[in-house]
Design a binder for this molecule. Sequence first.
Ligand SMILES: Cc1cc2nc3c(=O)[nH]c(=O)nc-3n(C[C@H](O)[C@H](O)[C@H](O)COP(=O)(O)O)c2cc1C
Length: 149
Amino acid sequence: MKTNIIYFSRTGKTKHVAQKLAHSIDSEIFELKDNKNWSGFFGYMKGGFYASKDKGVEVSFDQQALDCEQLIIMSPLWAGGPSPSIRTFIRTTKHPNITLVLTNDGSDVHKAFERSKTLLPEVKRYYGITKKLKNENQVLEQIKTDLNK
Ligand SMILES: Cc1cc2nc3c(=O)[nH]c(=O)nc-3n(C[C@H](O)[C@H](O)[C@H](O)COP(=O)(O)O)c2cc1C
């Protein structure tokens, strides 16, 4: 099954993990960009505001990213859900087979998964890579195993 990865990353963590997964499963990788400046303290605050209000943004990406049977979407967790760009991407592209991988610092990703089931019913499978739990390698291995099932 052809699998692509698309990611959004503000500070590089999700990009790093996405590159590692792409290397491990030998998939193509694409970056999702948006029209906002999220840098610095004000960018952080704005990000929290956009995420908590579920506000959309304008996104840009290579259309080839959608040319696959399975799409792995990777996003940082922002205020309990994926970044605004990833939410917009999921809602507008409506890919039929989405796996969502969230990276975050320490909060319980399962709460975000539950919330996302209502927000983003398009997503089929969820994974969380949490810095505090040091579970990056374990979760990447799990994704790889699940893809081969
Ligand atoms: C606006 C904003 C909100 C965030 N909210 C959370 C949160 O609710 N829980 C959490 O554990 N981490 C939260 N984080 C931290 C990021 O999810 C985490 O550092 C992520 O791995 C960063 O990925 P990136 O470097 O690819 O941007 C937040 C970060 C930002 C910018």
